[in-house]
Design a binder for this molecule. Sequence first.
Ligand SMILES: Nc1ncnc2c1ncn2[C@@H]1O[C@H](COP(=O)(O)OP(=O)(O)OP(=O)(O)O)[C@@H](O)[C@H]1O
Ligand SMILES: [Mg+2]
Length: 316
Amino acid sequence: MSLRVEAGQIFGIVGYSGAGKSTLLRTVNALERPTGGRVRVGDVEISALAGRELHRARQRIGMIFQQFNLLRSRTVYKNIAYPLKLAGLGEAQILDRVEELLAFVGLSDKALSYPSQLSGGQKQRVGIARALANRPDVLISDESTSALDPQTTGEVLDLLRRANREYGTTILLVTHEMDVIREICDRVAVMQDGRVVEHGDVFDVFAHPQHPTTRRFVSSVLHHLPSDETLRRIRARHPGRLVQLDHAPDESSDPLVSRVARDHGVGLEVVYGGVGELQSRRFGSLTIEVSGAEPAVEAAIVDLVASGRAAEVTHA
Ligand SMILES: Nc1ncnc2c1ncn2[C@@H]1O[C@H](COP(=O)(O)OP(=O)(O)OP(=O)(O)O)[C@@H](O)[C@H]1O
Ligand SMILES: [Mg+2]
């Protein structure tokens, strides 16, 4: 695979279990070595480093985990102080930094608590504070919200967004939940069988998913496009040719639809669709069956496609 993440982005990687997401992520801080190819972080080729240099490069990369990975025998304060100690900071500097981080994650009153006394969301906030301790350029996150309920997930994602905005931290985030991608990512890559099968702006990928796997992920959280399974059921009931039409302003009275029906004397029946919102932009899609005499159907589809808003459904 070849993937480029721009500085300052929140970049999501989504895929089913076994796709290779964690493996990819672990190459970014060289916990895993690629057998071929290179991994660069900033202007450092991390996949070629070892020893002290690798250690230094890793300090520029924070990591958070699904299972938080906190030190159970140490207080919240000491968990966050740990990477600062490793980096060689003095006690006074460590105190300042830990206090700042505790305030940032909203846990100033928990400095002396132990991990076992915290909720899952609080543990992950400690994990984030620890990962941000050395002010890394990059934060990598492997399913960091997968063990949390939706409300707590939202709080953790808010915190990641703040880290991105306030500290300028580039975030590379792995998840199998499309909702997480929708919530905070700028760009997304979809992985399958060790490869990137699709990537792009979150809005574009959600509005126009190309690969079947992407379509399944998108239709799991947005309901404007039928999944391939749903499409097969629709086809069983609607044998005519199907067209997908974007951004229908109003499902019942899209002027394009009524004009094409009138001009070509065809039937246009909405068989699936919806309108939603993503990154404050409205978007939606209608799946329409075109029925009538074959030449008229063909002409109607050509007309719809010429509008630039429609494409014939050829998959499933
Ligand atoms: N490009 C690759 N080259 C070599 N091995 C790979 C590659 N991609 C994935 N694998 C192997 O596939 C297996 C699953 O990969 P990995 O754990 O990264 O998947 P995942 O997407 O994180 O899955 P999960 O969602 O279950 O965490 C691992 O044994 C890993 O070594
Ligand atoms: Mg994984």
